[in-house]
Design a protein around this ligand. Sequence first.
Ligand SMILES: Cc1cc2nc3c(=O)[nH]c(=O)nc-3n(C[C@H](O)[C@H](O)[C@H](O)COP(=O)(O)O)c2cc1C
Length: 81
Amino acid sequence: MWNVRAPMIMSTFADSYDFTGKTAHPVTTYALSGLGTTERDSAAACRGAVIAAGLAIRGEEVNDARPAIETWLRQNGLINP
Ligand SMILES: Cc1cc2nc3c(=O)[nH]c(=O)nc-3n(C[C@H](O)[C@H](O)[C@H](O)COP(=O)(O)O)c2cc1C
């Protein structure tokens, strides 16, 4: 997160693709803001995408985040139970 949103380069990157038929899950590291406006910004940048549940992990806790990430992946059907 930079200034309560994903760094602008993420939107610039996504802007150049057609996400029709795709599902995008915003994933961020942060200090205080959680996902901030990332889901809204992703919806604007990822043309045609369905924006699904996001995941925010505190940067300082990233080394211990494996269980939380695996739970989130499972809950969103991105890995097998
Ligand atoms: C310029 C700058 C702006 C930031 N703004 C925010 C912010 O608005 N909200 C927040 O939660 N964290 C903010 N952070 C903290 C980073 O999101 C956090 O340290 C994150 O873990 C960095 O991840 P990275 O090391 O993968 O880049 C900011 C960091 C920088 C350098």
